[in-house]
Design a protein around this ligand. Structure first.
Ligand code: MG
Length: 372
């Protein structure tokens, strides 16, 4: 079997000159083989940048386009191809967008392998531990109390027993944050898990520590990215003194960045995104590193149903993979791009058993939102 074509497809819901929210654009890849199999992948990154990294013609040995790197290769040789992609994009890759592009292609290669062998990806990865994965729902706070109560109500109505809020200026105004958390905690009761995402907004460790004390009464499951990712000393200080589990890592790529992160900041929870950290292949290394450092792995995931499927297959084979993020985006790219989107059933995501990732794309939607 040989790879005969690699497509990088840029999707976007709003027009190019209009603002774009989380989940409203995407970069999808399709790898075609000479046996007619097609593998699907994606990365939640800057679509135009990743598209260029895939399509660019070669400059020299360590500055090649990923499409050319893969053409003619046997798609089943995933580990060798991952290393080849990494090596041959070294000057523009190694981290960041270069790894985001490799992530998408790696996911597509696993999809092909599963289809070729007639088994779900989770079987290729070693076998699933569970039939369904409990989910948490993320929401961005709205402007009014009534709107926030409605949002929380819709999360509970989906059977979710764990929720997270962040974005929309959360973390900037201590009084407003506290008021919002009081409203949410009252609406969900004492039993439902509640997490907050600061996206680095607490700025420095002293302020963050004061905020942890101020918010302790809300019994938070974790505080996500309380400080900017490069403030390793501040994050390590918080991990030791906050008294609330600290999480982070959605922007990191490769086992190398995660090793540094784990060793220097000692997070309770790491949150790699399977479409950015290096794909399914690299996620396995990061999972093992997290285990060795005593950290829990709860993946980040807020894009299309392709990301959701890849994350679900991966978490199914993690012995302690018992929490998955389920996007609450209304974007058609989440709700409809994958025709058989994995559903939320009573707050849990069922693990699919179709060969490969087991997903079918809506071709009409692909055409409708494609940037040309
Ligand atoms: Mg986050």
């Amino acid at each position: 079997m040989k790879i005969v074509e690699v497509e990088a497809i840029w999707l976007r819901v709003p027009a190019l000159d209009q603002p774009c929210e989380w989940g409203e654009d995407a970069l999808i890849v399709r790898i075609h083989t000479d046996t007619g199999l097609v593998g699907i992948g994606e990365t939640d990154s800057s679509p135009a940048v990743v598209k260029a990294l895939i399509e660019t013609p070669a400059s020299h040995e360590t500055c090649q386009g990923l499409r050319q790197v893969l053409l003619g290769e046997n798609p089943l040789e995933i580990d060798r191809l991952w290393k080849k992609m990494y090596r041959q994009t070294e000057y523009v890759g190694r981290r960041g967008a270069g790894i985001h592009a490799i992530s998408a292609l790696d996911i597509a290669l696993w999809d092909i392998a599963g289809q070729h062998y007639g088994v779900p990806v989770h079987t290729l990865l070693g076998g699933k531990y569970r039939e369904r994965i409990p989910a948490y729902g993320t929401f961005i706070p709205r402007a009014t109390d009534a709107a926030n109560r409605d949002l929380v109500g819709s999360l509970l109505a989906q059977g979710l027993r764990s929720i997270k809020l962040g974005g929309g200026g959360f973390g900037e105004n201590p009084e407003r944050d506290k008021r919002l958390l009081r409203l949410v905690r009252e609406a969900i009761g004492a039993e439902v898990q509640l997490q907050i995402d600061l996206v680095g907004r607490w700025g420095n460790a002293a302020h963050a520590l004061a905020q942890c004390d101020a918010l302790r009464e809300f019994n938070l499951g974790w505080i996500e990215e309380p400080l900017p990712a490069d403030d390793a000393r501040g994050l390590a200080y918080l991990a030791e003194h906050a008294g609330i589990p600290v999480s982070g890592g959605e922007g990191l790529a490769t086992r190398h960045e995660f090793r540094d992160f784990l060793e220097r900041t000692r997070p309770a929870i790491v949150q790699p995104d399977i479409t950015r950290c290096g794909g399914i292949s690299e996620m396995r290394h990061i999972h093992e590193l997290a285990r060795q450092h005593g950290a829990r792995l709860v993946p980040h995931g807020f894009s299309t149903g392709i990301l959701l499927a890849a994350t679900t297959h991966f978490l199914a084979v993690c012995e302690f993979g018992d929490l998955i993020e389920y996007s609450q985006s209304d974007s058609p790219l989440f709700r409809g791009l994958v025709k058989n989107l994995l559903p939320l059933v009573d707050g849990q995501v069922p693990v699919p058993d179709e060969p490969g990732l087991g997903i079918v794309l809506d071709e009409a939607m692909l055409e409708r939102y494609r940037v040309r």
